[in-house]
Design a protein around this ligand. Structure first.
Ligand SMILES: Cc1cc2nc3c(=O)[nH]c(=O)nc-3n(C[C@H](O)[C@H](O)[C@H](O)COP(=O)(O)O)c2cc1C
Length: 379
């Protein structure tokens, strides 16, 4: 999805035509700074603590930035459930990415709980489709991964191509392995080039699927005003591009975001990346996908703490006809590859936004306060 979210060419067209609006950049930056921070002091009161844990959870990576979660706060417990109104049924028909996203969120929550003196014990209730988190007192542990929560981002830029030292690769590989999950790190140039071929094959299949393109566009926030109003979705700015009014973005999107242009960009992005990590769970189903999310989130936080960037290129695991071929090439023996992530050193891009805590607390509250995909927003 990295490439299909990129609007460099779109921006170039707009800039050439002098069409870029004088947009609320500073308002976006203020919102981003308010989003990507730690609490100024450790929350002590129980509800304030639970709300801060939920806020940290929402800073996790999540598919299309749909933020597909509800949180309920109880006495020393927090329950996380999927927000099914935020599914992306075309790109994610079996809710794989949705459960991975919830896994990313609960990993942030557990790290924040430890920093604030609570051990988070996670359980999964399959019947209720809910993740229960029991909180018990412990000595606070402010881990480097917790410290990196506000620094982490999916960085869809080109990297510098420089190989990472073995000690960093070793640390990333072991942090990214968890209960029933392993991360295969590919650093051989010829094999990375082969990964590019699977990504391009998947990307080509998605680009000729009108339902896929419709769903993707629904989650793009072309303008700052739209991103600021909804605080979700894929903002143009977070892809390193300027704000455009939706009417203009939608008009030129099909002309500038094409399969051929994406192909070149995928190749460039992977050539600039000294490594690719493929996350693989021991089995399929929500409980395993949650663990994949937890493992990825740890990987991304460790990477952020080391100044290493990462971004997904999930096309080979999203497209059903490509996935088995990719799995076979990886030698997975029937297991499903869950995530494809490139990494390396490079520049940061502007961050994405998040909905406020009140918008994700409780079922009804979430639907009222949250802005669902397709909800109207200023252009
Ligand atoms: C399960 C999952 C799948 C994702 N797939 C892609 C992808 O294929 N391409 C991409 O550019 N980003 C992908 N992302 C990244 C999200 O778009 C990103 O996390 C979200 O926009 C929020 O931005 P942030 O991570 O920088 O905070 C994925 C994230 C998750 C958790």
């Amino acid at each position: 999805m990295t490439c299909r979210r990129d609007f460099l060419r779109l921006s170039a067209v707009a800039a050439a035509g002098g069409m870029l609006p004088g947009c609320g950049g500073s308002e976006f930056e203020t919102a981003a700074a308010e989003t990507w921070r730690h609490a100024s002091s450790p929350p002590t009161e129980a509800v304030a603590l639970a709300r801060e844990l939920v806020r940290c959870a929402t800073l996790a990576a999540n598919s299309h930035n749909t933020q597909p979660w509800h949180f309920s706060i109880g006495a020393e417990t927090i329950t996380v459930r999927p927000d099914l109104s935020r599914r992306t049924p075309v790109v994610d028909p079996d809710d794989h990415h949705l459960w991975v996203s919830l896994g990313c969120a609960v990993e942030n929550l557990a790290l924040a709980a430890a920093a604030y003196g609570r051990r988070a014990e996670l359980s999964f209730d399959e019947r209720a489709a809910a993740i229960g988190i029991a909180l018990a007192p412990m000595a606070p542990v402010r881990s480097p991964l917790f410290a990196a929560i506000p620094q982490r981002q999916c960085t869809r830029a080109e990297y510098d191509g420089q190989r990472l030292p073995a000690v960093e690769l070793g640390a990333l590989a072991s942090t990214a392995s968890g209960p029933g999950v392993r991360a295969l790190l590919i650093t051989d140039r010829a094999r990375i080039d082969q990964v590019a071929e699977y990504v391009i094959e998947g990307n080509n299949a998605q680009f000729v699927d009108p339902a896929f393109m419709r769903e993707l566009k629904q989650w793009i926030r072309f303008s700052d005003a739209e991103a600021l109003a909804l605080r979700d979705g894929l903002s143009s700015r977070a892809s390193g591009n300027p704000s455009l009014p939706r009417w203009l973005g939608e008009l030129i999107f099909p002309w500038v975001v094409t399969a051929a242009a994406e192909k070149d960009k995928i190749a460039r992005q992977l050539r600039s990346s000294p490594g690719v990590a493929v996350f693989v769970a021991a089995a399929e189903g929500p409980v395993h996908w949650i663990e994949v999310g937890r493992a990825y989130q740890r990987f991304a936080l460790l990477a952020a703490s080391l100044g290493i960037r990462n971004a997904f290129l999930n096309q080979p695991v999203e497209v059903a006809s490509v996935r088995p071929k990719f799995a076979q090439w990886l030698g997975l023996g029937g297991l499903r590859p869950d995530l494809v992530v490139r990494f390396g050193r490079g520049p940061l891009l502007p961050p994405s936004l998040r909905r406020p805590v009140d918008a994700v607390l409780g079922g009804a509250a979430s639907l009222r306060a949250g802005n669902r995909a397709g909800a109207s927003a200023p252009a």
